[in-house]
Design a protein around this ligand. Structure first.
Ligand SMILES: *[C@@H]1O[C@H](CO)[C@@H](O)[C@H](O)[C@H]1NC(C)=O
Ligand SMILES: *[C@@H]1O[C@H](CO)[C@@H](O)[C@H](O)[C@H]1NC(C)=O
Ligand SMILES: *[C@@H]1O[C@H](CO)[C@@H](O)[C@H](O)[C@H]1NC(C)=O
Ligand SMILES: *[C@@H]1O[C@H](CO)[C@@H](O)[C@H](O)[C@H]1NC(C)=O
Length: 532
């Protein structure tokens, strides 16, 4: 009795000891600098959710952002540095441009304006008064976290603070982020954003050629436009820092907002970690009006939103008419994120300028999500197992829509005159609402999405801590980052081997011919001697 009591006490003591060790190990708070100047809605959501998650894991965050961050973390701390004018500039740009017309713009023109915007956003961040105040202070950082999004010059902060650099990528392993840590580019079997490949089959010769070409073009744009322009503004501000091409290759860790349930399987180097969906909160209670509206949707409901940057009000009148006509005929109720009055709106449609998207998707009566196919929206729909009808407009939206369609939980109606017809829209809706295979697939993919060893935010926190604990975890960085393209693809070796084979064949041929000739001349001579 006494003995068992003692062992029990011992056990309690060791459990306590273990708990203390775990606390100390996990609870070591670090100072982290997050640099996220990008003002676009989805980019800001991804940034602020990661900063909040890291703060609540006990870290002290300094968050450079385009908008004021108002949420108070439950633990840790967030010191917010709001960039002067960054958010306003982006909002102005949004107001002035109708993004639905964007795909019609001249590609080169939009490339050059985009380039200018990226460079001036970097310059604004480097020149910002409050950022410079921070640089002048004696504040130290244990890690710098930033988004991999055409802002490589800002990686200088990891150099200035002599601490590990961690990158967040809004999407999966793609050509924006792969080269930063030497991840293999799967150009032979993964179509990139720019090309449309046939569904569910290995890419054909022409698709692979197109893929290779668009990859090569992107690399050239990066090497001859993006990085040099950034290097210029960087060295205007800091004349003695390393070249941007060196900063570019210095990341310790890449956090990918993706998950294998949502993209074709692909190899990852060990310092690339997938945390897809980390930004999604567990569902909360809906506002009373929405709750009632959805509870009363006996035949189910459809949720319709074009995301935070595109505005449904900018959809052309002609297409709006088609949408209202088709949706008005349905038995289902519809909730549409629409930013102004909508005259002639049928009774089964509820419009609001802002809606709690995740909580709506969580409602069991939601049968379908009509979406632009943005990455956050497609991730949220997979989280909740809701099929989609995608109307993709630009950027990665066509690719996400294509992937949903290939996987079998979505259909696409492109926003072009030929495709966006009453017949096509209505047909896609009917198919998605009445063929159970789409919902079954959405639910199956959702189960795959949730089946992982750790919640994605916990994974993010673990790896950020890991990198800080292990002083940059340099042992995870693969050797290919120090190679040129021809070394990496073995072009020099292949050429050398081909050349060697060629030389060898030449020599063999030369010898054989020589031997044959001598033998023949001998034989001829002998036969001449005989006949004489
Ligand atoms: C984080 O902030 C808290 C409160 O200001 C402070 O006690 C703690 O020492 C800070 N941690 C680090 C690593 O500086
Ligand atoms: C960067 O900003 C500074 C200060 O506002 C300005 O003088 C400089 O011309 C800018 N550089 C570029 C390339 O925009
Ligand atoms: C690279 O990162 C390390 C920390 O991991 C840092 O000490 C170093 O200054 C960085 N170098 C460059 C060129 O960014
Ligand atoms: C839309 O309809 C047109 C004409 O009926 C057809 O050619 C086209 O393939 C359709 N597009 C989609 C996406 O269904």
């Amino acid at each position: 009795m006494l003995v068992s009591h003692k062992t029990e006490n011992n056990m309690k003591a060791s459990l306590l000891f273990l708990a203390v060790i775990l606390l100390v190990q996990n609870g070591q708070s670090a100072n982290i600098l997050g640099i996220f100047p990008m003002g676009a809605g989805s980019h800001y959501i991804l940034a602020s959710k990661l900063m909040l998650g890291l703060a609540e894991a006990g870290h002290n965050i300094t968050f450079i952002s385009p908008y004021e961050f108002k949420t108070q973390p439950k633990s840790g701390s967030i010191k917010n540095i709001v960039l002067e004018g960054a958010g306003d500039e982006f909002q102005k740009l949004l107001k002035e441009s109708n993004l639905f017309e964007r795909n019609k713009q001249n590609l080169l023109l939009s490339l050059s304006t985009m380039l200018k915007n990226f460079v001036s956003s970097i310059n604004d961040t480097l020149q910002d008064e409050k950022v410079n105040e921070l640089l002048r202070s004696d504040q130290k950082f244990d890690a710098v976290i930033m988004e991999q999004f055409f802002n490589d010059a800002l990686k200088v902060f990891a150099y200035l603070y002599d601490c590990p650099l961690i990158l967040l990528n809004g999407g999966g392993p793609n050509s924006f982020v792969n080269p930063t840590v030497g991840n293999p580019e799967a150009i032979s079997y993964i179509p990139n954003m720019m090309i449309k490949a046939s569904r569910n089959q290995p890419m054909t010769f022409f698709e692979r050629t197109k893929n290779a070409l668009s990859h090569i073009i992107f690399v050239q744009i990066k090497n001859y436009l993006l990085l040099p322009h950034q290097n210029e503004v960087l060295h205007q501000k800091f004349p003695n820092v390393p070249e941007v091409t060196d900063l570019y290759l210095n990341a310790s860790l890449v956090l990918l907002n993706s998950h294998p349930s949502m993209h074709p399987p692909q190899a990852l180097v060990p310092n690339m970690v997938e945390i897809g969906g980390y930004f999604i909160d567990p569902p909360k209670k809906l506002p009373k009006d929405l709750q009632e509206f959805l509870d009363n949707a006996k035949d189910g409901a459809i949720y319709f939103s074009m995301g935070s940057n595109l505005k449904s009000k900018d959809i052309t009148e002609e297409r709006k008419k088609i949408i209202l006509k088709v949706l008005g005929k349905l038995k289902q109720k519809v909730i549409w994120k629409f930013e102004q009055e909508l005259p002639g709106k049928p009774d089964n449609i509820l419009i609001k300028s802002w809606l709690p998207q995740q909580d709506i998707l969580a409602h069991p009566n939601i049968k379908l999500f009509i979406t632009h196919g943005g990455l956050l929206s497609t991730t949220e729909t997979v989280y909740h197992g809701v099929p989609i009808l995608a109307i993709p407009i630009f950027a990665d939206q066509p690719m996400n829509a294509e992937r949903a369609q290939a996987a079998g939980y979505g259909l696409t109606v492109p926003y072009t005159n030929e495709d966006f017809t009453e017949e096509n829209f209505s047909h896609a809706l009917e198919e998605l609402l009445h063929n159970p295979k789409y919902r079954d697939t959405a639910q199956r993919v959702s189960r795959l999405f949730h089946d992982r060893p750790m919640k994605p935010m916990d994974t993010a926190v673990y790896w950020v801590d890991y990198v800080i604990r292990n002083k940059g975890a340099r042992h995870l960085r693969v050797g290919s980052i120090h190679q040129t393209w021809y070394q990496y693809y073995m072009v020099d070796v292949i050429l050398f081997l081909l050349f060697s084979v060629l030389i060898f064949v030449k020599i063999v041929k030369f010898v054989v011919v020589k031997v044959f000739k001598t033998v023949r001349s001998k034989v001829i001579r002998q036969s001449k001697i005989k006949t004489q």
